[in-house]
Ligand binder design. Structure first.
Ligand SMILES: [Fe+2]
Length: 494
């Protein structure tokens, strides 16, 4: 079966030369449903791979208002559902209010990140002017996918297998209101709890909340900040939530004039606030380390009297200075090029007894989008996986596995002009061993003009793919993804 179920009318002009709307970033217009009876499969799909890989994408539909940023595009999910050696692929636009309003208008109605002052309509989340594109993060909780924009979004739900749009989660939406929920929600698969955040400018704060296994919001609180901050990540351990107050945020003086200019303040520390999961309204305990920015972390866990965070740190998160004559695309790239920001995996320790902190480099490799097995999220673990980056580009060219116990790394590069998204670990069915399973990732091949869903043996990634499923057409490059185990799909139906 291979069916085009819908096609959106793209209105991006042919002369729009934005590097984030062309080449590997060329948006898709068609929505497909297809299975491996009709798709080419190279190799054999393992029979013990059960679950769904879902990846989000900023897939712009309309000619942008003003300057385009790669985080502005409309949300589109790509999903590959595996069961008994068979697979089904689907991709769907996320029907946010903003997407539907622009579809009805046939043009862009909202500006992007770079020019929020052009706003004409209500915006959402931390910067209050953008369209809620829901194109950043995606996770599975309480039987549904939840997709949001990084800086705050209505909590958009979709069916994890069919990708049917189910609208905003009413229980979450009622609690978070216009502040929405930001990306980087964390699910503890052992308890079923999800921890989420948002970070509105007014009042300057981080709000955190906990949703239980059936989707009820059990608690929500505000943590006040000195000025509006721009955190991205959030951590959970068995007993704690870790919030970030990092020295990369909108210049407070410019913000008073309504201008949003991200600045790195190298004289300010990185602060981590610890809150007990069982006592969300307890006083926040703050820990400090040196100035740095963290976009993502592989995991957080408790070890004795310490909280351990394995995070990708950059000590120059805006990248080296670009010339005065640099255009906005060069400025965006300086910030997104992980080789320029020199982003590497570090281990940070926060001692709950003494209040002391320490920080240690794990590996010299330039990496981002680190993950661990879902079953170990928030708990002690041994293996992390992350993406390698093409120098000078916002493109992932391979995957690295960290054995944190033996301090060893293993890498696999996708090949020339081949780029992936966030990679995820999919355990084999009926296994308890932490790395006994597969790495799954959507890869685009610019030379062959096609995309694949690639399956690697997680215990031998250097050997290359066990199997690749060729998609109906080349899909736009994207980042955040999630893996949902078949048992969670079956058991979390609520
Ligand atoms: Fe993120």
């Amino acid at each position: 079966m291979l069916e085009i179920v819908n096609e959106e009318q793209l209105t991006i002009r042919a002369d729009n030369k934005s590097p984030f709307l062309n080449g590997a970033f060329m948006p898709n217009s068609k929505e497909y449903t297809a299975d491996t009876e009709s798709l080419e499969v190279i190799g054999d799909i393992p029979a013990d791979l059960w679950g769904v890989l879902v990846r989000n994408t900023h897939n712009q539909v309309h000619e942008p208002l003003g300057k385009y940023h790669p985080f502005d595009g409309d949300g589109m999910l790509h999903a590959m559902y595996f069961n008994k050696g068979h697979a089904e692929y689907r991709n769907r636009f996320i029907h946010t209010t903003g997407f539907l309003a622009e579809k009805a208008a046939g043009r862009s109605l909202w500006p992007g990140i770079l020019e929020p002052e052009q706003r004409a309509y209500r915006g959402w989340g931390a910067i209050g002017a953008m369209k809620d594109n829901a194109g950043t993060d995606v996770i599975h909780h309480a039987g549904k996918l939840l997709a949001t924009m990084s800086q705050g979004s209505e909590p958009w739900r979709l069916d994890p297998i069919t990708l049917e749009n189910l609208g905003p989660d009413p229980k979450l939406a009622a609690v978070v209101g216009n502040d929405g929920i930001a990306g980087e929600f964390k699910v503890d698969t052992r308890t079923g709890d999800m921890v989420f955040l948002n970070y509105p400018e007014s009042p300057p704060c981080i709000n955190i909340g906990i949703t239980n296994a059936i989707g009820d919001v059990v608690d929500y609180r505000r943590i006040d900040l000195p000025s509006p901050r721009w955190p991205h990540d959030l951590g959970i351990t068995e007993n704690y939530i870790i919030v970030h107050d990092l020295p990369l945020f909108f210049d407070p003086d410019l913000l008073k004039e309504g201008k949003r200019e991200l600045r790195f303040f190298p004289n300010l520390p990185s602060r981590f606030g610890i809150v007990p999961r069982q006592d969300l309204h307890a006083e926040v305990r703050w820990f400090e380390t040196g100035p740095a920015f963290i976009l993502h972390s592989a995991n957080y866990f408790e070890q004795g009297e310490e909280i351990v965070m394995d995070s990708c740190l950059s000590f120059d998160p805006k990248g080296p200075g670009v010339g005065e004559d640099a255009d906005h695309n060069e400025r965006i790239m300086a910030h997104l090029d992980k080789h320029k920001t020199k982003t590497r995996l570090h281990r940070i320790r926060l001692n709950l007894r003494t209040g002391e902190t320490s920080q240690q480099l794990i590996s010299d490799e330039i990496v981002e989008f680190p993950v661990c097995a879902n079953a170990h999220k928030g708990h002690p673990y041994r293996y992390a996986y992350a993406s390698l980056f093409e120098p000078g580009k916002w493109l992932m060219n391979g995957v690295i596995k960290f054995d944190l116990e033996l301090n060893k790394t293993y890498t696999y590069h996708y090949g020339e002009n081949r780029y992936g998204g966030e990679v995820h670990f999919a355990p084999r069915t009926n296994t308890e061993q932490e790395d006994d399973g597969y790495l799954v990732v959507f890869v685009q091949d610019m030379k062959e003009d096609r995309s694949e869903c690639v399956i690697l043996n997680a215990q031998a990634i250097e050997e290359g793919p066990i199997a690749s499923i060729v998609l109906p057409e080349r899909i736009q490059t994207g980042t955040h993804a999630c893996w949902v185990e078949g048992e969670r799909l079956r058991n979390e139906l609520v």
